[in-house]
Design a protein around this ligand. Structure first.
Ligand code: PLP
Length: 456
């Protein structure tokens, strides 16, 4: 990515990358043509690379650094815990204070009736845990045929075998014979990309009705659960039409299946509420969490389980599942301190009342740009659709790589925006200030101009 390299260390690190490092989701030949940009430090909402460039991180790391970089309290929490008890497992009838205190702290902010937490090392493991738990739940209820999980095309639920199968990313399914049996997908509620001639309202109902159609096709007696992100993140910050979730709730109420909200991105304040489900008024039975739980300072994920599901699991003897790092004490201590900061500094309240409305207003100013077909967003999530024709929503030919061109301009001009095809997405740290939002939007406009010059 880096155009000009002056620091000899940059070249050294890039050589190590080429010779030894297998980065996630990367075309290695492409990556090594120029070498990766090497990020060396961070503070607040900013990153610095090895060439000394300062970059506004419009993606909060990877949707995770909720409280911003450089919070000394988290460093202290980690080092104190490492000194006291760096590791002990939570298998075989043992526990330690941080894991118990974190489980309680999560239950305190989770939606009503969601009081039990199974910890994992990542969001993907959280979804694997979910799959095993919901099948176990139905078996215990005397309905072992209820095994199928319904998910959505272009949803993202992780990169393990189960996570990638639950996700609806075609390019992931193409590698390694996925999805595994017992996971089926329905269309996504992506009006801008797939709504055709329908109004957003009609399309929202149509997309939701695909859930009922699939339940009937598979047979209610075979369906264990429906999983969905409250707002699809990696798919391109897809915010369904207003008609979508009410219809989904009606369908879920009609059939005896579990509802799983994948809150890995939306959880812990991103929508301006503690969880995306709170924002939407949804009542899930299970919720996958990760990312914002520790603000990404250390890896941790989990599954929040409702009283309804717990009661059945609780009666069922051993749940034969767990990870060495389930409830890792250092991660738990960091998570606890992160939640304390979110709570005590009223960060989510400020997002809801002040900074998210400001971000959304300023982002929408970009809708007048000739390259922009739609701007949408909620809370600290935003998407800018690049389109050839605003009216018809016609896209650019994919081989033009307009989104990637825009992303490169952003990087070179001190802003991280991610490109999902030709959808530019942002999810800055929740602590971003209004002045930093101004900087983000101004840089985004400049990069749209530079991109437009290349393609229009
Ligand atoms: N679920 C959602 C909604 C995600 O966005 C992600 C990661 O981006 C995951 C699950 C997987 O989490 P992890 O990468 O921690 O395994």
């Amino acid at each position: 990515m880096t155009n000009q390299v002056n620091n000899p260390k940059t070249r050294e690190w890039q050589a190590m990358s080429r010779d030894h490092h297998l980065a996630p989701f990367s075309d290695y030949q492409q990556l090594h043509e120029k070498g990766p940009r090497i990020v060396t430090k961070a503070d607040g909402v900013y990153l610095w690379d090895s060439e000394g460039n300062k970059i506004l991180d419009g993606m909060a790391g990877l949707w995770c650094v909720a409280i911003g970089y450089g919070r000394e309290e988290l460093v202290q929490a980690a080092s104190k815990q490492m000194r006291e008890l760096p590791f002990y497992n939570t298998f075989f009838q043992t526990a330690h204070p941080p894991v118990l205190e974190l489980a309680k702290a999560i239950a305190d902010v989770a939606p009503q009736g969601m009081n039990h937490v199974f910890f994992t090392g990542s969001g993907s493991e959280g979804n694997d845990t979910m799959l095993r738990m919901v099948r176990h739940y139905w078996a215990l209820k005397g309905k072992p045929s209820k095994k199928v999980i319904i998910s959505r095309h272009n949803g993202y639920h992780g990169s393990t075998v189960a996570g990638a199968s639950l996700g609806g990313m075609k390019y992931m399914h193409e590698q390694g014979d996925l999805p595994i049996p017992g996971i089926v997908h329905i269309p996504q509620p992506y009006w801008f990309g797939e709504g055709g001639d329908m109004t957003p309202e009609a399309f929202g109902v149509w997309a939701a009705d695909q859930l009922e159609k699939k339940i009937l096709e598979v047979g209610e007696e075979n369906v264990a659960a429906f999983i969905a992100e409250p707002i699809q993140g990696a798919g391109g910050v897809i915010i369904p039409p207003d008609t979508y979730w009410p219809r989904i709730r009606e369908i879920l109420a009609k059939y005896d299946i579990l509802f799983v909200a994948d809150e890995v991105i939306c959880g812990f304040g991103r929508t301006g509420e503690w969880f995306g489900s709170d924002y939407l008024g949804n009542k899930p039975d299970l919720m996958t969490i990760a990312k914002g739980l520790t603000s990404g300072y250390v890896p941790m994920g989990g599954l929040i389980v409702s009283d309804k599901v717990f009661q059945v699991i609780n009666e069922g003897g051993d749940f034969n599942h767990g990870f060495t790092y389930s409830g890792h004490p250092v991660a738990a201590a960091v998570g606890l301190e992160n939640l304390r900061i979110l709570r005590d500094e009223k960060i989510i309240e400020r997002v809801k009342a002040e900074t998210a409305p400001y971000l959304q207003k300023r982002l929408r100013e970009l809708a007048d740009h000739p390259l922009v077909g739609e701007v949408r967003g909620v809370g600290m999530l935003g998407a800018i659709e690049l389109a050839k024709d605003k009216q018809t929503r016609e896209r650019f030919p994919s081989e033009l790589g307009v989104g990637m061109t825009c992303r490169s301009h952003c990087f070179d001009n001190g802003l991280i925006m991610r490109a999902v095809g030709d959808t530019m997405i942002i999810a800055p740290p929740l602590v971003i200030s209004k002045a930093e939002i101004d900087e983000l939007v101004e840089k985004a406009r400049k990069c749209l101009d530079l991109t437009a010059r290349a393609v229009l």
